[in-house]
Design a protein around this ligand. Structure first.
Ligand code: PMP
Length: 426
């Protein structure tokens, strides 16, 4: 029965029994962590073959004739561009291969725009006001970068099929201080939703007031499906921008952090030739070249995109039971109670969970006191401030399934306790 239909006496009775359950949980001395979207050890082990493909007698020449051990090849070896290009669904010529972290590349794009501007426009550091659009709930590390540079982060609600595009269009097209938008278009962090064709088309057709406005299209989960058949496929944004007569509008990012190793994968940026030229002016001051041995290692290991797709099925086999365990537990414990809602992703790394308004902080704190660490409530909003205090990001990848069941049960219990208190006006 929905909690809202319970009488005060029933709620008080329920409160008592939930409290006893919570005490029992506390006595179990749990130490579980569902806070960050890290691959589990089992997932890291999937890629250990990477360590075997280059031995001391391996030929380390790239197909362009350069020795991968040496300096040079600023934008990455051709075979790595080919592989990552296929992963990102863009031609190899539109790519730069970087080091291990795409977040680092995003930071560099902001930093370069701040100090030197975008394609000859005024550096952002010289402007009185710079605004960035943040789709919420979203990825805390995106918001942290633009906050760090002193920009105003403006929240845009995430709907089921992508951000509220009416709002995006209005702000981008009317306000010259809006310089960019953070997007996770596929299996978004944290909702797991993907943008519809209509949303992608509207993005590509934006007519920004600022000529140095760029869409930061973070395709972190581009091949990270949970299911073999039921997968999301998006219109490719670079090609769509070109078709719409807006070829320079987007920077597209990806990495193999959650394909191989987050600590030592390879990252890439895909964008138009004009943007690439602009970016390389800075890049050649920053480095003589990234880690080409690692690029070669990835290419020799996967061979081609088919190798990568097969590899991702092993990750899916490891992740799927974890997502399903959490989702099944949420459904069996909270279904029909009217006190919480959650997303049911088909890929990516997260489930987005909403408590009743004003309860998320309390739920996270209660879980912590019983030994389960969740991502801080509010983390999915700029400056960590969720105006409704209801969103919690669940990251099921790291703990073993058995631990997840306990952690999810505790989350449900704490959600019920907070809801009862709320309904009792306490
Ligand atoms: N973007 C998103 C949306 C992410 O969720 C993450 C990792 N949690 C990253 C980027 C980090 O990517 P990288 O490891 O390539 O820096």
């Amino acid at each position: 029965m929905p909690y809202a239909d319970l009488t005060k006496e029933e709620l008080l009775e329920l409160k008592k029994s939930l409290k006893a359950e919570y005490k029992a949980m506390q006595n179990r001395d749990l130490k579980l962590d569902m806070s960050r979207g890290k691959p589990s050890q089992e997932q890291l082990d999937i890629s250990m073959g990477l360590m075997d493909v280059l031995s001391s007698d391996a030929d380390l020449m790239s197909e362009n004739g350069s020795d991968c051990r040496n300096y040079g090849v600023l934008d990455g070896i051709p075979e790595a561009k080919e592989l990552l290009g296929d992963m990102m669904e863009v031609p190899a010529d539109n790519l730069i291969i970087y080091g291990n972290s795409s977040l680092n590349v995003m930071y560099d794009c902001i930093s370069r725009s701040y100090t030197h501007g975008v394609m000859g426009s005024t550096p952002w550091c010289k402007l009185d006001k710079v605004k960035f659009l943040c789709i919420v709930p979203g990825y805390d590390r995106h918001f942290a970068i633009t906050e760090y540079f002193g920009f105003e982060n403006v929240c845009i609600p995430m709907l089921e099929d992508g951000p509220d595009m009416d709002m995006v269009e209005k702000l981008v097209q009317s306000d010259e201080s809006v310089k960019g938008i953070w997007c996770v278009p596929k299996y978004s962090n944290p909702t797991g939703n993907s943008y519809s064709d209509e949303v992608v088309r509207r993005f590509a057709r934006l007519k920004p007031a600022a000529k140095d406005f760029r869409i930061y299209w973070d395709n972190a989960y581009t091949i990270h499906h949970l299911y073999d058949l039921d997968q999301d496929h998006l219109i490719e944004i670079l090609a769509e921008c070109k078709r719409a007569g807006n070829p320079d509008l987007v920077y597209k990012f990806a990495s193999t952090s959650k394909v191989t190793f987050p600590g030592s994968g390879i990252a890439a940026l895909a964008t138009s030739q004009n943007n690439l030229e602009d970016i390389k002016k800075q890049l050649k001051m920053q480095t003589i070249g990234h880690d080409k041995v690692n690029q070669l290692r990835h290419v020799r290991y996967f061979k081609d995109i088919h190798g990568m797709v097969e590899h991702m099925k092993k990750h899916a086999d490891s992740l799927r039971p974890k997502f399903e365990m959490v989702l099944d537990t949420l459904e069996s414990e909270l279904g029909g109670l009217g006190i919480a809602s959650w997303t049911k992703p088909k890929g990516g790394y997260f489930i987005s969970f909403d408590t009743m308004d004003g309860c998320a902080k309390e739920v996270v704190s209660k879980c912590k006191k019983a030994g389960v660490v969740l991502t801080d409530a509010g983390a999915t909003f700029p400056s960590g401030k969720d105006p409704h205090d209801k969103n919690i990001r669940i990251a099921p990848s790291f703990p073993p399934v058995a631990d997840l069941e306990i952690a999810a049960k505790l989350l449900c219990l704490c959600t019920k306790m907070a809801a009862v208190d709320k309904l009792l006006g306490e």
